[in-house]
Design a binder for this molecule. Structure first.
Ligand code: PAF
Length: 287
């Protein structure tokens, strides 16, 4: 087991390190995170370790993906615990950039994916994906990985990043790992820590509404309005819930659809506030 974790903050140093690794002919697996790590992140790290010579994890709470009314200042952070989880997971390097280096005062370049950034999450968080794609582009340029790992929990984020990689001709494979859930079905998320005891129970309505939709689809329901109405009914029955959206998209193109067709794959998606905490969840269905 590794006893220490090599942490790099300097951009020059990360460039030299990753250039050296590549010159040695070794592959790099990269897991970008905002820290406060949980088993969902660890599952991505395991995938990276399995399929690459060197694994690099980044921790950077990226200010540009939060709107002024969101939780940037209070976003949960615990660097020491994160480092011990990374040591246990035998990660080779932690990249921990400084905000001033990533966004100096004269910073003026953003990366924006036009169409799929604007629907669903994009409607409720209009500047969010522009911040995500900008920081992920910077991280990719620093690390130059062969493989990058993202969680299916943020299925739209993965679709947006895939589009960016395709459009900007990055030679990086995007790997998406299944959602990791608590025993009772709640999707793991750093933001779950905001939930009080009652809200923690109420939050199960997200995964339960997805199971209802899944069941209806498996029983042959084709009309998405009927499916989404049943999800809404379930979510609205919980007093602390404030539904943002439920939707079904075709998995590859991430386009919203009206009718389920045989032989295709879909994501059923939900975004909902429980009390003050905004949660998202989804289920992949192939029929
Ligand atoms: O999914 C996340 O944690 C973040 O959006 C990411 C990809 C690390 C970019 O800041």
């Amino acid at each position: 087991m590794h006893q220490e974790l090599i942490t790099i903050s300097s951009i020059d140093e990360i460039h030299s390190l990753t250039n050296k690794i590549r010159k040695e002919g070794k592959s790099i697996g990269f897991v970008p995170t905002m820290g406060f790590l949980h088993d969902g992140h660890i599952s991505l790290i395991k995938e990276a370790k399995k399929n690459n010579d060197v694994t690099i994890v980044s921790i950077f709470v990226n200010p540009t993906q939060f709107s002024p009314t969101e939780d940037l200042a209070s976003y949960p952070r615990d660097l020491e615990k994160d480092k011990s989880l990374l040591i246990n997971a035998e990660v080779d390097y932690l990249f921990f950039p400084n905000t001033e280096d990533f966004y100096p005062n004269d910073f003026q370049t953003f990366v924006e994916v036009n169409k799929i950034s604007k629907i669903l999450e994009g409607e409720f968080r209009p500047t969010h994906f522009k911040g995500v794609t900008t920081v992920v582009a910077m991280l990719f340029n620093c690390i130059n990985p062969d493989n990058a790992y993202f969680g299916q929990k943020d299925a739209q984020q993965a679709a947006v990043i895939n589009q960016m990689v395709k459009d900007l001709k990055y030679d990086i494979k995007i790997n998406v790992s299944p959602i990791v859930r608590e025993n009772d079905g709640l999707a793991m998320s750093s933001r779950n820590v905001y939930l009080n005891e009652k809200e923690r129970k109420d939050a199960l309505v997200l995964s339960r509404s997805l199971s209802i939709a899944d069941e209806l689809i498996k029983n042959g329901e084709k009309n998405t309005t009927n499916i989404l109405n049943e999800m809404k009914k379930k979510i609205n029955s919980v007093e602390s819930s404030d539904l943002n959206y439920v939707s079904i998209v075709e998995a590859d193109s991430f386009t919203i659809i009206d009718t389920i067709e045989k032989g295709r794959s879909y994501y059923i998606l939900v975004a909902c506030k429980i009390g003050k905490t905004r949660l998202i969840d989804n289920k992949f269905v192939s029929i």
